[in-house]
Design a protein around this ligand. Sequence first.
Ligand code: FAD
Length: 422
Amino acid sequence: MTIRRVAVAGAGIVGLSTAWFLQDRGVAVTVVDRTGVATDATDPTGRERASWGNAGWLAPALTLPLPEPSVLKYGLRAMFDPSSPVYVPPTLDPKLIRFLADFARHCTTRHQMAALEAFAQVNRVALGAYDDLADGGVAEQTRDADPFLAAFTAETDRDRLLEEFDHVQATGGEVDYEVLDAEAVHSLEPLLSDKVRAGVRIRGQRFIDPPRFVASLADAVRARGGEILTGFDVTEVRDPGNGVVDVISTNGDNVSVDAVVLATGAHLNALAHDFGVRTLVQAGRGYSFSVVPDELPKNPVYFPVQRVACTPLHDRFRIAGMMEFRNPDAPLDPRRIRAIVDTTRPLLRDVDWDDRSEAWVGSRPCTADGLPLIGGTRSPRVFVAGGHGMWGVAHGPLTGRLLAGAVTGHTDPVLRHFDPLR
Ligand SMILES: Cc1cc2nc3c(=O)[nH]c(=O)nc-3n(C[C@H](O)[C@H](O)[C@H](O)COP(=O)(O)OP(=O)(O)OC[C@H]3O[C@@H](n4cnc5c(N)ncnc54)[C@H](O)[C@@H]3O)c2cc1C
């Protein structure tokens, strides 16, 4: 089967990366998205995707599957408290109940170790896919995070992160880190307040400015001859078995191609279900906003206990957090932004917390087993790329590279862990 023309549904980091790597393999691409492309920070339609407002960390040391025994313990305690960093609104939604039950079932040490092993294999090569994009002309660069700091108010809080690093190393992952006392951590990041008493410096991590990166990737796809159709809300993908797949929009537009890649983030199930994909993709909604401190930090800061991620974009400091299992289309809940402010305010100095901009909510596309869905479906012409949860930015370009291989008949064995039909 020769694949010359592919449609990619979804212009987030995963869809655009897949389009770019397909082009590398000589395939003509049309990317369709129901909203716009995140060309700049003021484009409200482009913001709807998770790939716009995230923390932008390319941090293999922290890129770990979400279900694990302690998340379950913590989650059950905190779940129904709106100010908690993990929140589930009281619900009778059968899809959400099924997801939570399945998620809980995967919070075992045995599953965690198996998932960590799978992650170790992809984490090792994930940054290399970003280097491919840079070598191939994507203008916006990744930045080295040196230092990449995790900060704690007590030394005892640090032990949990170090324990996670032990698990990573035991399952073949790589983590290069140094434990810091209060003086050392403050000398590396002056913005930290006196409440911070301990830290960890993690080496070999990077980060991006997400809106700029996604816009730059879209530019590169267009410059290589790709078409990006915005305002194209896919309602149906039809494979009648005659060698052509039809991608049909709500207003009746039709793109006919040799194959289609579904990369629709938290909305993946709607289109993938008809092709045998039964794994639920649930929105794990996160929030972010920006502040401009007196002195803009040069590197990310992570507060693991508070589950808050801070990242310097080019001219502002993005603060991100929260995991809210909820309908992806529900409006932004200002209580979550306030909760992030309240928990982070004591930890950073010289920030005017009332002078915030870019308040944003977006959906991490979460699977109950914490593993993404990358590969083929029941139809030989329909492929899936999504479900990356907390780590679609770190794994997006690698996913694109792997899936472009699979679409053109070169399936990497690592994809067995991420089979969309599991
Ligand atoms: C607060 C927060 C912080 C995060 N920080 C990080 C981080 O530091 N590092 C990291 O690796 N990850 C991070 N993530 C996770 C990451 O943002 C996501 O995993 C990733 O962006 C998912 O990318 P995607 O392309 O699959 O989905 P999206 O970016 O959501 O893109 C999906 C696209 O599909 C389109 N679409 C949906 N349905 C249709 C349809 N029917 N027809 C046409 N188009 C459709 C949508 O409009 C959207 O543009 C974070 C997430 C959040 C919320």
